[in-house]
Design a protein around this ligand. Structure first.
Ligand SMILES: NC(=O)c1ccc[n+]([C@@H]2O[C@H](COP(=O)([O-])OP(=O)(O)OC[C@H]3O[C@@H](n4cnc5c(N)ncnc54)[C@H](O)[C@@H]3O)[C@@H](O)[C@H]2O)c1
Length: 309
């Protein structure tokens, strides 16, 4: 297996680090536009191999896509991150050009790659990647809900005093602060509904804290977070290269599922060797449906901005 991570910044490097530690690929290429950055980080990571005991060969590249040739999976993290007070949506102008160019370059050398989009605004960048490459829809996966669901489990675990690993919980819809939908009604603690243990007030707090999870960290750190985003990207790579068929919320092209079309939005999907293999279309109640449709409207108006760039 060969995996490329484009963007050797905070998220890209963390994602690559997770991929190497888990030996998800024999070859791992880190690529960045900034001279020497990817080579330096690749070397630094390789110098942990003897300590951590992994065999993945990591190389860096300054914008030379020939080194990425024959990649099975490509993770795109290149682009500006948000600063405190910014929304993910404000990044669209700069990041659209970057993501489009990266997709073109990648496909020149890896025409069969499955592409995972992390750059923000992720829902729109995923839609852009799908539209501009014309690839089969199953090969374009946006990473947002995977992270948001993990953040949701963290918030739940804080209130329940339990291990996040014992929780099942998902966030669907867009990846924006106001567009994501943490579905607390479906969340369970080892199969028991969490709502049995939480007051209405606690439930509202958990949902609200999950929705601003990214913004809270951006305020604390001064730039957007990278440990959980990098780990979430690597979890998707793992499910693809090991054909695990795990169920994750990912941003994928909808063609009538959840009542939506011509949009990429976060829904539960099975991730395996063919990319996203199946959408799990489950029944939302009226309130959840309304939130989902509102989320779709917001993402669609962001997608419309692409036409003006
Ligand atoms: N989807 C999610 O859940 C999620 C979570 C966190 C961050 N993000 C997004 O991921 C992106 C990266 O965040 P970060 O914190 O790693 O930022 P960062 O600034 O640390 O890294 C971005 C890297 O991209 C590189 N880059 C810019 N243009 C490039 C190009 N044309 N080709 C190759 N590399 C290029 C930069 O040189 C930089 O090293 C941002 O858009 C951020 O908003 C998404």
């Amino acid at each position: 297996m060969k995996v490329t991570v484009v963007g050797a910044g905070a998220v890209g490097a963390t994602c690559a680090d997770n991929i190497a530690r888990k030996e998800l690929a024999q070859e791992l290429v880190l690529l960045d536009i900034k001279e020497g950055l990817a080579e330096g980080k690749a070397q630094d990571m390789m110098q942990t191999a003897a300590l951590l005991g992994f065999d993945t060969r990591i190389t860096g590249s300054t914008n030379d896509y020939s080194k990425t040739a024959g990649s099975d999976v490509v993770v795109i993290t290149s682009g500006l991150p948000r600063k405190p007070g910014m929304t993910r949506e404000e990044l669209i102008g700069t990041n659209a050009g970057i993501v489009k160019g990266v997709c073109e370059n990648i496909l020149k050398y890896s025409p069969d790659a499955i592409i995972i989009v992390i750059s923000n605004p992720m829902d729109t960048m995923t839609y852009l990647a799908l539209q501009s490459t014309g690839l089969p829809k199953n090969r374009i996966i946006g990473m947002g809900g995977t992270l948001d669901s993990s953040r949701f489990k963290y918030q739940l675990s804080q209130h329940l005093g339990c291990s996040p690993a014992d929780l099942n919980a998902l966030v669907v819809g867009g990846h924006g602060d106001t567009t994501m939908i943490p579905l607390i009604r479906f969340a369970t603690w080892n199969s028991i509904p969490v709502t049995d243990y939480l007051t209405e007030e606690q439930q509202k707090q958990i949902v609200a804290d999950t929705m601003v999870g990214g913004a809270t960290l951006t305020k604390l750190i001064g730039t957007s977070a990278w440990y959980a985003p990098g780990a979430a990207g690597a979890a998707l790579v793992e499910s693809i290269v090991r054909d695990e068929k795990k169920l994750f919320t990912c941003c994928v092209s909808l063609e009538g599922e959840y009542g939506q079309s011509d949009i990429c939005l976060g829904v539960p999907v099975v991730i395996g060797k063919n990319g996203w293999e199946k959408i799990v279309d489950f029944k939302l109640n009226d309130e959840e449906k309304e939130l989902f449709n509102k989320s779709a409207d917001a993402v669609r108006s962001m997608n419309d901005v692409l036409k003006t760039l």
